[in-house]
Design a protein around this ligand. Structure first.
Ligand code: ADP
Length: 561
């Protein structure tokens, strides 16, 4: 059992930023509109809170300060009046009070130059004051004034005797001056803050604009690069297929192989390797343009899995490594899945397992997991090896495009794209590719997928009960599954020469005549994709007993590993 060093689920990078970006895209709001809205709201709320602070807090406080000042002034004027009433000559008391009243009315505010006391009226208690009733009730300048301060100051004589009341009407000019000063100070400070905010706003917009332009330029160049990559790799595939086709033809020529076998093998392996890398780059360029999509279809599981094992074993045998398979008997017989893409992922994992293992074994497990959904099956695909393993720090990097860990094996082979593409494909299947590994001990890659199960009966029982073929194909004798897989794979590669070669091997045998007749129109019409689909739709079971007379070197076993 493999010791678990670290588990690194290849989590999708769903960050708050990514979520916000997606949300903005959905709402079709451009990011700089967001900046404008945020700053406009910031400035509006700043102005609003400043205004509220002024009207609710500062202005009432200033008013009450000015009111206190005014009543202190009125108090001091009242002291003179009390003095005159208590100690003045009773004969001249009225005149004296009149003079004091006039004096009070001309007191000026040094700040504004305006009068402070606007009106004054005396109400005397003639029981306490020795004077004829009504003679001392003087008043001048009394008025109704909304913003003026009103102060009723009791005139209290010695011994606490109430002599009367002096009503003052006081000017609000002190408050006005105070408020004006305070307001202009506040305005000055807040405008500084506003200017700073505007500067930040404009700077952010300018920076954003530049960033946006740079981003557009990078995206355009990235698109051009990807398109170029896609075009070039696409163009490269055609000559490579021709090379591979010819190497396969030469392989059939025993005399030629005796003389140049090693060279032909080298050309073949190199072209195969190049084709794999090109296919990876093509897939990767599709990933960038989100053109990587799944095309699920009905797939018999037994044939699918055994082809994978066969393909892996060829390479493993060369290295003296054993490939062990453990497929649970409860696996369904058929699934709906994009078999090409699932095969691509598993071949990459199995290929890496063999590539990075020098001794020991590779264990390929497929098991069924519990699920509450009766119409779907949940399968775990797992590949373990006893190879060189991956360090904890390096696990971070293996899913990043073009990343290869520094070791003699990776320096020699690989594009560093396999795991990136595999992870993307597994995510398209709604799962996550996970890995645990320990250097010197081995690695374990696995993922769980939930797929519609067409035939939920166990894999072993149904392998003999294939679904019926369409009526027109029902009586057709089929070459064995492995041969058909090889044909399907070459068809998928559009390898015309290899497809023709495979057909040539069986076309003289009358038992496959109807099969060959059915395939020829696809080949003549270059409809290789349809040919692949048709081959995949055929049942495995029907061909189990039959064997073609001339079994060719199975090209499927040479590919991808
Ligand atoms: P490559 O084409 O180089 O194999 P991959 O994306 O498939 O690219 O793998 C990236 C890197 O991850 C490899 O170069 C290797 O360093 C490391 N790696 C992948 N699988 C294994 C494994 N089973 N054991 C050890 N290292 C592995």
């Amino acid at each position: 059992m493999m010791p678990i060093a670290s588990e690194r689920p290849a989590k999708p990078p769903v960050t708050v930023r990514a979520a916000a970006q997606g949300w903005l895209q959905q709402l079709r709001i451009r990011p700089h509109t967001v900046i404008n809205i945020v700053f406009a709201m910031l400035i509006a709320s700043f102005v609003l809170s400043l205004t509220r602070y002024w009207t609710n807090t500062l202005e009432p406080r200033l008013y009450s300060t000015a009111e206190t000042q005014a009543s202190i002034l009125a108090q001091s004027q009242a002291t003179g009046l009390v003095e005159a009433i208590e100690h003045g000559d009773p004969e001249r008391m009225r005149q004296r009070l009149f003079d004091l009243l006039q004096e009070a009315l001309i007191v000026k505010d040094p700040a504004t130059g305006g009068r402070i006391v606007l009106g004054l009226s005396l109400q005397i208690d003639y029981d306490a004051v020795r004077a004829a009733p009504g003679t001392l009730d003087l008043k001048d300048g009394m008025r109704v004034c909304e913003r003026c301060f009103h102060a009723a100051i009791p005139l209290i004589g010695q011994g606490g005797l109430l002599l009367g009341v002096a009503d003052f009407v006081l000017s609000p000019s002190y408050f006005d001056t105070l408020a004006k000063d305070m307001r202009s100070k506040l305005m000055a400070e807040s405008s500084l803050a506003m200017i700073l905010m505007f500067v930040v706003w404009i700077t952010m917009l300018a920076m954003f604009h530049r960033l946006h332009r740079a981003k557009l330029a990078i995206e355009a160049s990235d698109r051009a690069k990807t398109r170029f990559m896609a075009n070039v790799t696409h163009e490269l595939r055609t000559p490579l297929n021709a090379i591979l086709g010819y190497t396969q033809l030469y392989r059939q020529d025993t005399a030629l192989m005796a003389r140049h076998g090693q060279g032909i093998d080298t050309i073949d392996r190199s072209a195969e390797h190049l084709l794999l890398m090109i296919n990876d780059i093509l897939d990767f360029s599709r990933m960038g343009e989100t053109r990587l999509a799944l095309h699920p279809r009905e797939v018999p599981l037994a044939g699918f899995l055994s082809t994978l094992v066969e393909m892996t074993e060829v390479r493993a045998r060369l290295k003296g490594i054993q490939v062990e398979r453990r497929f649970q008997p409860e696996l369904p017989a058929a699934l709906v899945v994009d078999d090409k893409r699932l095969r691509q992922v598993l071949l990459n994992l199995l290929g890496n397992a063999v590539k990075f293992t020098e001794q020991g074994k590779v264990l390929f497990e497929v098991g069924r997991l519990e699920t509450r959904d009766s119409e779907r099956v949940r399968l775990r695909f797992s590949v373990r090896d006893s190879g060189i393993g991956i360090g904890r720090a390096e696990l971070e990097n293996i899913f990043i495009p073009f990343q290869q860990l520094d070791n003699a094996i990776t320096r020699a082979e690989g594009s560093g794209l396999g795991l990136t593409i595999s992870q993307q494909l597994v995510r398209l299947m709604g799962s996550e590719l996970k890995v645990e590994s320990q250097p010197g001990v081995g690695s374990h890659f696995w993922f769980d997928v939930s797929l519609p199960a067409l035939d939920a009966s166990p894999i072993e029982t149904t392998s003999a009960e294939a679904p019926a073929l369409p009526q027109s194909e029902a009586d057709m004798a089929l070459p064995p599954q492995a041969w058909r897989d090889a044909l399907a794979e070459q068809a998928q590669r559009h390898n015309v020469l290899a497809v023709r070669k495979l057909l040539a091997d069986i076309e003289n045998d009358p038992q496959w005549a109807s099969f060959v007749a059915h395939v020829q129109p696809f080949v003549r019409g270059y409809r290789f994709r349809q040919l692949g689909d048709w081959l995949a739709s055929l049942s495995d079971a029907r061909s189990e007993d039959a064997k073609p007379e001339q079994r060719t070197d199975n090209p499927g076993t040479r590919s991808s590993l």
